[in-house]
Design a protein around this ligand. Structure first.
Ligand code: ADP
Length: 444
């Protein structure tokens, strides 16, 4: 403004001087010309400014006279605002990335509980698709009465445990809602399906072990009380012997149970290493000797095993799986039955250990449950033959640790075939095995 006044004053002074020298008309003409030039220059500057406004991120045009003073601070402010905005955007992106990286699901809700945003984990927990569900009420997305009740609370001290889906697809989520910002809500979701399953498996396991122990202990203490309470001559010798024999049987059952529990615990706690080449033939022969001792010549054994086939693995674990299948075949095959044992290399490079019997067989529907801990088709029969209900669970565990499969094929009344198939990557030749593993390894 001051520049403009100085310019007008200079033109007026020039006009007045020329007017005094060349006449008033010339003076006024020069003054008018000066004003005209000023208007034209100002118009030119305005049109440059108008062009600049369309490219406001660039610096304003240079030498625009009095406009310099106005535009320079505006441009500085704009530049500062742009930098601030960039910084805020960067922070926002960082916060979003951090929210995405959270191991838990997170979603934000508007005051009317409609979905504003969610991270990938929350999307997979609740089956959300942000492009489809944004703006929809969370109550229409999670349609369970428990959640509706929870969402309508005024404050949320505790999380809500929610079971979603059915059968195998059922998952358990922990949801926790918290108010944040102005009237909005943050909901955190955590998948606890695995934790819940483990917890219930642990409870079942403890209950099963206690139950399994209680039966032999009750029998044992019953006999002990009888023997203590009655005078020696009140029990005939043969009856006393029968009692002692039953007590011995119960003690053996408990021993077998403890031994299987220790095996399971060893399998679960030891690291799953590659192992070393183990020739299976001696392990199978040792297990056969034990099985034949249980059979007491009541079964026919048909055995064909390769002496040169070895598996990279743990000898003690393999030995346990091998003998479990063999003793089961003996225990669940009536006298006169045949037990066929095969250990061979398959054409596709895999190796197969197979035990087939002509025993009582298993109902097709129960086959998937056989490897569950403590599952028995006939509890009484299993117990009477010294079974713990853990043999196949151990065998399956050992197979998995060797990337092998355990296949069960059975027909009630005709017999069963159990096959452990080792992958080609685990198969090697006996010559690769160190001498000590060629000897029969002790069972776990
Ligand atoms: P157990 O100690 O009771 O034999 P397992 O885990 O070894 O426990 O086997 C689980 C159940 O599977 C057994 O109780 C039995 O009912 C059934 N089973 C296992 N092997 C055979 C078989 N060869 N023939 C018929 N049933 C079998």
């Amino acid at each position: 403004m001051s520049k403009t006044i100085v310019s007008i004053a200079l033109w007026a002074l020039g006009g007045w001087l020329l007017g005094a020298w060349l006449g008033a008309a010339t003076g006024w003409a020069v003054f008018a010309l000066g004003l005209l030039i000023m208007v034209l220059v100002s118009g030119l500057q305005l049109s440059r400014i108008a062009r600049w406004v369309h490219h406001i991120d660039e610096p304003p045009p240079p030498s625009i006279g009095p406009w310099d003073e106005i535009l320079a601070p505006i441009y500085r402010k704009l530049k500062q605002n742009r930098l601030d905005l960039k910084e805020r955007n960067r922070n926002f992106q960082r916060a979003l990335l951090a929210a995405e990286a959270l191991p838990d699901g997170a979603l934000t809700l508007a005051p009317d509980k409609s979905l504003l945003w969610c991270n990938q984990t929350a999307a997979s927990h609740l089956g959300l698709d942000l492009s489809r569900d944004r703006g929809h009420s969370i109550l229409n997305i999670i349609r369970t009465p428990e959640f509706a009740r929870y969402a309508h609370q005024d404050h949320w001290d505790k999380p809500l445990t929610l079971h979603l889906g059915r059968g195998l697809h059922m998952r358990t989520l922990l949801l926790h809602m918290t108010p944040y910002a102005v009237g909005q809500f943050l909901m955190v979701t955590r998948d606890i399906t695995q934790i819940e399953r483990l917890e219930s498996t642990r409870k079942d396991f403890v209950a099963n072990v206690s139950h399994e122990m209680r039966t032999p202990l009750t029998v044992l203490s019953g006999f002990i009380e009888t023997l203590l309470d009655l005078p020696d001559d009140a029990i005939p010798l043969d009856q006393r012997r029968r009692y002692l024999h039953l007590m011995e049987q119960q003690a053996h059952n408990m021993q077998a149970l403890v031994s299987d529990l220790l095996t399971l615990s060893a399998l679960e706690s030891s690291p799953n290493g590659q192992g070393e080449p183990v020739v299976l033939a001696p392990l199978i022969r040792t297990a056969l000797t034990q099985a034949q001792a249980i059979s007491k010549d009541r079964h026919l054994f048909d055995v064909q095993i390769s002496d040169t086939l070895a598996i990279i693995g743990q000898a003690s674990e393999l030995s346990s799986a091998i003998s479990n299948l063999l003793t089961n075949a003996v225990r669940y095959t009536p006298a006169g039955g045949t037990i066929r044992v095969r250990w061979a290399l398959l054409p596709d490079g895999q190796a197969s250990y197979q035990v087939a019997d002509t025993g009582i067989g298993i109902d097709y529907a129960l086959i998937p449950r056989l490897t569950e801990r403590f599952f028995r088709v006939d509890r009484g029969r299993s117990r009477a033959s010294g079974g713990t209900g853990l043999g196949l669970a151990i065998t399956k565990h050992v197979a998995l640790r060797h990337q092998a499969s355990l296949d069960i094929d059975s027909t009630p009344g005709e017999g069963s075939t159990f096959t452990i198939r080792f992958p080609a990557s685990r198969v090697c030749d006996a010559s690769a095995a160190p001498p000590q593993s060629k000897q029969a390894a002790q069972a776990l």
